[in-house]
Every structure is written in C-alpha cells, then in structure tokens.
Design a protein. Structure first.
Length: 295
C-alpha cells in the first residue's frame, strides 16, 4: 500500500488501513533529535540572559531590551514543550540530562516550573477540551480578542489556578509534591529577584526585562498555543479535539501551531517536523474527519 496516498485511493481505505498508513508516516519523523529546537533553546536563553548586563551597564537602551525580552518570552516555551514530551531524550538515554536541562531552563523568562508544566501538559493531552479535567480549558472564548481578555482575567488575584487545581486532582504522591515544591521555590525566587533589583534602584530595568515581557508574552503564548489550535473547545474525540488552521499572518507568527493536530496525534514528532508530516498525512487526516479550518 502506498503511504503517500492520494485522496482517490484514501477514499477506498477502511479505518484499519488509514490508521496503518498514518502510523507509518508518523514513524518516519518520530524520535528524531531536533537540533533546531535545541539551538532555539540555547540562542533564546543566551539572548535573554545577555540583556541583563547589557542593560544595567547602559549598553542597550531600555526600549530595545524590552522588545527583545518580549520575543524571548514568547519563544521560550516551545523548547521546554519538546522536553516535556522527552523529545530530546527518553528516560535512560545518555542525553537525558540535556532533555531535562532544556526543560528546566528554557522557561525561566516566563517563570514556568518544568515539572508542573510537564504534569499539567500531560493532563491536557489526556483530557483535551474536558471542562473539568483539561487545565487549558479556562481559555475557552468565542474569538481571539475575548481569549486575550480571558487570559488576563485568569491571572488576576482571586481567580482559580488551573495548574494548582490539576495538581490537586492528581493526588498526594511524591512526583506531585516535588513539582509543587519546585514551583514554589521558582516563584518565590522570581519575586525575590525582582524585589532585590527594585531595592537596588533598578525597578524600571527589571520590570522591562522580566516582569512586563513575562506578562505580555504569556498572554500571546496562551492565545497561540492553547486557544487557536483547539477553538472552540467543544469536541473531545482524538481526531476532533484540535485542528489544522491557516493563520492570517503565517505559521511562524502562530508559533508553528497550524499543524498542532499532528502533535496531538503523534507527540513524539518534533515541532519543526510537524508541517512536513502534516502535508504527507493530510489526505489521511481528512478521511478520518480531522478539522481543517481558518483562524
């Protein structure tokens, strides 16, 4: 059977043949080491760290530091996302340390603890679009403007913490406890560092390098990574809980999420291979009823 099936012969396949063809394509791209994502992590984190001495020494104007830091925050999540799925190295592999290093350090600019991110993201995959169990369901909104406003509202004092609720649902076990402790330490460290810089006379600098970029950047991440690929969040089937969409300003601006459907079906495929895998799978995915929609 030709795995690069055309719509004509795909229409003649039964469910088992479609599944086999899809899996055959997916295996071509699964478990590849993504040098692209590893370099992305190294360059983005190094760039963000360099802003501190350059700005504090007066070598970089604050407006430029803020602009660069904003992009650093928006770009920092995806390498960690690969590490959450152990796409750099599985447990027991000789490069496992690199997978965990990328996971832990990539999201420092957005202050997202790695173990909490991994646990809650796995719950998102297991319970996508479930109003009670999907930690990302709170971003559900009718349009992208409401999605932004909803994301901002969710971060206000007194609002439910979806990650905290998910950890509580996972029960009292050592892994969850460790994740909670690491999250507490990282969050406290963030506020201690901000306070120390402000006390030393660098309040504006630390606000524009870290606090404000984090706030704005995580809003954008929520829009592109949580809302856009799953909107309107009304279906939970394996081939219907996310979608392929054509972003108005292109896949780069959408942070590679146009092909997010491939990630949910085959999370072992690195982000930079999702587009290629999608184009090869597209007739099969269409035959299986996947959603193909506009932004």
């Amino acid at each position: 059977m030709n795995i690069n099936a055309t719509p004509m012969n795909v229409s003649e396949m039964n469910d088992r043949e479609l599944a086999r063809a899809e899996l055959t394509i997916a295996r071509k791209y699964t478990d590849r080491f993504s040098w692209f994502m590893a370099i992305w992590w190294a360059l983005n984190l190094t760039c963000w760290l360099s802003l501190w001495p350059l700005t504090l020494m007066g070598l970089l104007p604050l407006w430029a530091a803020f602009t660069i830091a904003l992009f650093n925050v928006m770009l920092c999540y995806l390498p960690s996302h690969e590490a959450q799925h152990s796409n750099f190295a599985k447990s027991g592999d000789r490069l496992r340390w690199l997978n965990e290093l990328i996971g832990y350090t990539s999201t420092i600019p957005m202050v997202l603890p790695f173990k909490i991110a991994r646990l809650t993201h796995m719950e998102h995959h297991t319970h996508t679009n479930d109003p009670e169990l999907d930690p990302d369901f709170g971003i559900k909104a009718d349009n992208w403007v409401q999605a932004i406003l909803t994301t901002i509202k969710r971060r206000q004092p007194g609002q439910p913490n979806s990650y905290g609720l998910t950890l509580a649902q996972l029960g009292d076990n050592p892994v969850v406890k460790r994740a909670g402790l690491e999250g507490l330490i990282q969050t406290l460290a963030f506020w201690v560092i901000l306070s120390a810089f402000a006390w030393s006379g660098y309040a504006i600098e630390v606000a524009l390098i870290w606090w404000l970029p984090r706030y704005v950047g995580t809003t954008y991440i929520g829009l592109m990574l949580s809302w856009a690929p799953h909107h309107p969040m009304t279906e939970q089937g394996r081939y219907r809980n996310t979608r392929y969409f054509k972003a108005t300003f292109g896949n780069v601006v959408a942070m590679g999420m146009e092909h997010h459907i491939v990630h949910h079906l085959h999370p072992g495929i690195p982000l930079n291979w999702n587009g290629v895998a999608f184009e090869e799978m597209r007739p099969i995915l269409e035959a299986r009823g996947c959603r193909m929609e506009a932004f």
